[in-house]
Design a protein around this ligand. Structure first.
Ligand code: MN
Length: 202
């Protein structure tokens, strides 16, 4: 029997993203919402372990669906925390290879920012926007991820994600997703996003 998932520590303090994301909002998002996916995934793994022991004929389809929702939630949140930076240390525009790549693909950073914001703003229901990289074409590609687990292209590496679930912003921005997204550009950790690209192209 293998291991279980654990909630990662944040790479900064709960108050460090303010005023863009408040301490209260970040604490609840990390300790309650992200934790719920970790707990959910582990409970489902335990359920699987038990069923295998007794050869119980469980509903595999619904279990796998729930498992992908929870594992997807855990993996995406773990990426999200790390592609944010404390206020004053993030935002602006990316440089280096990432900057060049976005410039080449989108014709300019502002165009990328607009397309990415549209993706995050219009994702159906709850979900995510992700900047990914396709190794087959050497092109960055924006994806919408519905809930945590649908519409993902397998094997595309994720460079950056933005959480568009209402639980990511309701305390600070009520239902104003656009205002939250605009604010978030101030705390994107471009160094981390660029590092993920470098790792991929190495
Ligand atoms: Mn979330």
């Amino acid at each position: 029997m293998g291991g279980f998932y654990t909630l990662p520590e944040l790479p900064y303090n709960y108050g460090d993203l303010a005023p863009y994301i408040s301490e209260e909002q970040l604490r609840i998002h990390h300790q309650k919402h992200h934790q719920a996916y970790v707990t959910g995934a582990n409970d489902l793994l335990k359920r699987l372990d038990e069923a295998r022991k007794t050869d119980e004929k469980i509903d595999v389809k619904s279990l796998l669906k729930a498992l992908s929702f929870n594992i997807g939630g855990h993996v995406l949140h773990s990426l999200y925390w790390r592609n944010l930076a404390p206020a004053g240390k993030g935002g602006g525009k990316p440089g280096g290879r990432l900057g060049d790549l976005l410039e080449k693909e989108f014709g300019g950073f502002d165009r990328f920012k607009w397309e990415f914001t549209q993706a995050a703003l219009t994702v159906e229901g709850s979900g995510w926007a992700a900047l990914t990289y396709c190794g087959l074409t050497d092109r960055p590609l924006i994806m919408q991820i519905e809930k945590h687990n649908l519409n993902i292209y397998p094997m595309f590496r994720i460079l950056m994600v933005v959480d568009s679930f209402e639980h990511a912003y309701y305390i600070d921005y009520k239902n104003d997703r656009a205002k939250y997204l605009e604010s978030l550009w101030n705390i994107i950790n471009w160094d981390e996003v660029g590092r993920r690209l470098e790792e991929l192209l190495r």
